[in-house]
Design a protein around this ligand. Structure first.
Ligand code: GLA
Length: 739
């Protein structure tokens, strides 16, 4: 299968993965409607309308995106914005759905190409369109040259989320170079009170929420690092003045791409707002031979009138029902144990077996051995790339450990970092040319490692063979797939200079292909996307991995903020969180075991502590909380999340409520950083309950204020609220309400 076929397959899997759900009786995509006379296209679903049309110049122009219009509301064919002054040509003011760089365009293009004769002008006009089942497929073509663009639109009926993507095809007789390719441009009309929210970060500090007003000019959120990155995550939300957590309009979107990406938000001279999302054009060049195509990633965009909470709830649902492996009913995350913080690289059969026995005793379901089990790996300085069991640490291979883990009733999981190599490794000594590099130039190391060029066929084949063998020869249920450094010197010397920048796309295509092929060959194996914590979390990798490692920062208090940021974009169904030791290795903070558990129980629960240091009472507490977690995990992982009190902005308190999809259970977590000035505990007003049902309250940990009823109506818990009796520093409580 060629690269392009594979990319299209990945696209189809992402865009149309949910269509399989229709056959299974699952949730459907919305049926588009087309007004052929006016050439107006409309997608309606879940209280959202998205409309666009073809104007008299044959250009595709935005008409509307927001809360649902009435079916009988007829949208007139779009009209280009007239010339405003000789300094603002209409092309720069008209809200195009997919502008090419050409015809005077100076705002952000969705597509820019260079022709062999030096022409860099592309003006895209509507050729034809068709409604293909649940998709609208629009074909555009340059006014004179055979550059064709196919745009695809599909809206999820259950959430109103729109998936958009583009494919550019070279039908000229010579090469063309794609300098820039976006999935979509999406427009909003003028307003002077828009704000944009997005997520930035760093190692051990991912998913930091940023919000700022939008004014004329550009806001660029991006990574140039070859991987999704900690620095910024490909998600944005645009809100208007009064929008709050549970009220007001929010337009949001996320790009499904695990390489260098860019989201460009710009307000034009008349205040029109457009968002363009796609491959990062920085250092980008993708040459297409005659007949070749290049597909963009998919941009998934939604609208909610119910604030940031409403926006994230529909997005979470979309991810569960349309994106994740197993969609529309992804499996619940098992409780895992991971050895990393306990042993670092010092893994061996006896030590891991001892940890596994202890982990099993508290109810862990999946035991994962982290780094250090292979090659000459005893630190981060050597061995990466040599995926053979270290016989000093495991004289009889991994089988005895795996057997013991299986006998203890747990699944076995293993850490790998396939895309990397230490220069001090047999692999690098044999294949120094396999890494991304420029010939004759220094190769910058980070964590003493280099990045293998997965775009190369031989590297791809090698990794597939190696991982396939590992999974064939061992009873492995889970891989923690790591990626611990950004790219540098992005050269690919084996191909012609003009082809080298294909690396940015070809690498990620092959990563998806590799994950897809391994999943096909080993359908029972689950995978976690990790990149030094949360450096590779996006809707592209999410289609191929069941869960993500949220952050290497396992401090339970820092995690509240990280998890709050994470859930603005992504579902807790994939968000792994571990209970580790105190003081925490990141910041030396000391917290109680119960506090650590309650923080981690807000996502997929894991234990990463050194169980050899635990006392009997720690095991007893852990056993109780793991058992409790199993009774609430469906609600926590796959329920509706309400961020009742956000830890953002230095708040001393935070609280989340997860309400089961069937409404039968709700789980409240409440945290206090430190009490001050002898304050009384504020009442927390719950949300999302049925006002007419009676809910019984039960504490998992901590207690409700005196006189809190044991049973009350949903109306009571939502209107009157619940006060949690908490005082002191780093306090936590959790409650279950059952209808
Ligand atoms: C990365 C991961 C950690 C751990 C180490 C192992 O930092 O994020 O969880 O697996 O690598 O080297």
């Amino acid at each position: 299968m060629s690269d392009i076929d594979q990319r299209r397959r990945t696209l189809c899997t992402q865009l149309l993965g949910g269509l399989a759900g229709i056959a299974l009786g699952g949730p459907a995509w919305a049926r588009p409607s087309v007004d052929e006379a006016a050439k107006v296209f409309r997608l309606d679903g879940a209280g959202v309308t998205y409309a666009f049309g073809v104007n008299q110049d044959g250009q595709l122009q935005a008409l509307y995106w927001g809360s649902a219009l009435a079916p009988e509301d007829k949208l007139p064919a779009p009209v280009p914005v007239p010339e405003n002054s000789s300094n603002e040509m209409p092309v720069n003011l008209t809200p195009f759905e997919y502008p090419g760089f050409g015809g005077g365009l100076t705002v952000e293009p969705a597509l820019k190409v260079t022709f062999p004769d030096g022409v860099r002008d592309l003006v895209l006009r509507h050729v034809d369109h068709r409604v293909d089942g649940e998709r609208i497929v629009i074909r555009l073509k340059d006014v004179s040259r055979a550059v064709h663009v196919t745009l695809t639109y599909a809206m999820d009926a259950a959430t109103g989320i729109l998936a958009r993507s583009a494919v550019v095809e070279n039908r000229t007789a010579s090469w063309i170079q794609v300098d820039q390719l976006a999935a979509a441009a999406i427009n909003l009309p003028y307003s002077d009170d828009y704000r944009v929210s997005y997520l930035t970060g760093r190692w051990a500090g991912e998913f930091a929420l940023q919000t700022r007003p939008i004014a004329p000019g550009s806001i660029v959120i991006e990574t140039r690092k070859g991987v999704t990155s900690h620095q910024a995550n490909p998600w944005i939300a645009i809100s208007r003045g009064a929008t709050e957590e549970e009220a007001g309009p929010v337009w949001f979107g996320a790009l499904g791409w695990s390489g260098s990406w860019r989201i460009h938000v710009d307000m034009d001279a008349l205040g029109g707002l457009r968002t363009t999302a796609g491959y990062n054009p920085f250092d980008f060049a993708y040459r297409l031979k005659p007949g070749e195509k290049l597909a963009s990633p998919v941009f998934h965009a939604g609208y909610s009138g119910e604030g940031f909470g409403g926006a994230s709830r529909v997005f979470h649902r979309y991810q569960r029902e349309k994106i994740l492996p197993g969609a529309p009913t992804p499996r619940l995350r098992p409780v895992l144990y991971n050895s990393w913080e306990a042993t670092l690289f010092a893994v061996d059969e006896a030590g891991q077996t001892a940890l596994a026995e202890k982990a099993a005793s508290i109810g862990v379901e999946r035991f994962v051995m982290d780094d250090g089990w292979f090659g000459s790996r005893s630190s981060d300085k050597a061995g990466l790339g040599d995926w053979v069991v270290n016989r000093k640490k495991f004289p009889n291979g991994l089988q005895p450990l795996i057997r013991r883990v299986r006998d203890l009733g747990m699944e076995f999981g293993l850490w790998v970092e396939p895309e990397m190599v230490n220069p001090d490794s047999d692999l690098y000594r044999a294949h120094p040319d396999w890494v991304i590099h420029f010939p004759g130039r220094p190769r910058s190391e980070a964590r003493t490692q280099l990045v293998l060029n997965l775009a190369r066929k031989d590297v791809y084949e090698h990794l597939l063979t190696m991982l396939d063998r590992l999974l064939k020869e061992h009873d492995i249920a889970f891989l923690k797939w790591d990626h611990n450094r950004a790219w540098s010197e992005p050269g690919w010397p084996e191909v012609a200079p003009a082809e080298q920048q294909r690396l940015y796309v070809a690498y990620v295509d092959n990563l998806y292909k590799l994950l897809g092929e391994l999943r096909r060959r080993h359908p029972k194996v689950e995978i976690e996307s990790c990149a030094s914590g949360g450096g590779r979390v996006d809707l592209g990798i999410m289609a191929l991995t069941e869960q993500v490692w949220t952050s290497d920062n396992t401090d339970p208090f820092d995690r509240l903020l990280i998890q709050d940021g994470f859930t603005r974009a992504y579902t807790p169904a994939i968000m792994m969180a571990w209970v580790t030791d105190a003081p925490n290795f990141v910041n030396r903070r000391v917290t109680s075991l119960e506090y650590r558990f309650l923080s981690a129980m807000q996502g997929g629960l894991g234990i990463g502590a050194n169980l050899n240091h635990w006392k009997d009472e720690d095991f007893a507490k852990a056993r109780q909380l793991v058992a409790e977690y199993k009774t609430i995990r469906k609600t926590v992982q796959q329920g509706k999340l309400y961020r009742l009190v956000s830890p953002q902005g230095g708040s001393r308190r935070s609280a989340t409520l997860s309400v089961a999809q069937d409404g039968g259970q709700a789980v409240l977590f409440a945290f206090l950083h430190s009490s001050g000035l002898r304050e009384a505990p504020p009442r927390i007003q719950l949300r999302g309950l049925d006002p007419n049902k009676t809910y019984a309250l039960r504490a998992i940990a901590g207690k409700a204020a005196a006189q809190t009823p044991k049973r009350a109506s949903g109306a009571y818990w939502m209107g009157h609220g619940l006060a949690v009796d908490m005082a002191g520093d780093f306090q936590a409580a959790a409650f279950v309400l059952e209808a």
